[in-house]
Design a protein around this ligand. Structure first.
Ligand SMILES: N[C@@H](CCC(=O)N[C@@H](CS)C(=O)NCC(=O)O)C(=O)O
Length: 216
């Protein structure tokens, strides 16, 4: 098999989920290596694949690419006509901009609401003003993109940028954030993706518990 994707625990590892979705949704053939996070062996195991010792890692034969967004870009170079990014240059530029914004942003929501697929909580204030600002920004992105693309995904068809936002969608549902109808519909569409459901069904069966990702 040409590609191996090294991922963390599926219940928790939001960075692993993003490129895995692109691999699976766009029909790459791959093997998966799941490395449980936060064990005494985790770092040494990850170092056998990448000097950064973080998941996700894509191994193309013996060549390693790490970091979620870099992996997605690599996959898009392997299959430039698959529609991983939009065809139009400016649309592609905007999809990359939003993906980069996700990759380096949304700190309030990411910190206060870790991905935890097994759980669901009633809504309560989490993460203060910063998390609220992140949710408002997400609603703004959805409003703008749905107006331009007509949906159901940010650029019409499901692509890399939707993979980048899928973990955020899980968080909004796990912690029951109130959302406007349009954003709720987009979140539901992301969570209805067949590849995501495959990942989630495996994630919820895991028994590892990462204490720092368990918030009440
Ligand atoms: N910006 C990186 C983040 C990667 C990352 O932080 N991965 C976490 C798990 S989601 C990890 O490998 N943690 C293991 C550790 O730090 O020991 C990406 O996009 O891939």
């Amino acid at each position: 098999m040409r590609y191996t994707i090294v991922v963390g625990n599926k219940n928790y590892s939001s960075w692993s989920l993003r490129p895995w979705l692109v691999l699976d949704h766009f029909g790459f053939e791959y093997e998966e290596e799941l490395v449980p996070l936060d064990t005494p062996e985790t770092r040494a195991t990850l170092l056998t694949y990448s000097p950064a010792a973080k998941v996700p890692i894509l191994v193309d034969r013996s060549y390693a690419v790490w970091d979620s967004l870099a992996i997605i870009e690599y996959l898009a170079e392997v299959k430039p006509d698959a529609g991983i990014w939009p065809e139009d240059m400016q649309e592609r530029g905007r999809a990359r901009t939003l993906s980069a914004e996700m990759h380096s942003g949304f700190p309030g929501l990411r910190k206060a609401c870790p991905m935890n697929l097994r759980k669901s909580f009633p809504y309560k204030e989490r993460g203060g003003a910063q998390a609220r600002k992140d949710v408002e920004r997400f609603e703004g992105i959805v409003r703008d993109r749905m107006m331009r693309s007509g949906g159901p995904f940010l650029f019409g068809k499901w692509g890399a940028v939707d993979a980048m936002f899928t973990p955020l969608a899980t968080r909004l549902r796990t912690y029951a954030w109130p959302l406007n109808d349009e954003t709720g519909k987009y979140v539901d569409a992301l969570l209805d993706n067949a590849s995501f459901k495959k990942w989630r069904d495996e994630g919820v069966k895991e028994s590892w518990v990462l204490a720092h990702d368990e918030v009440k």
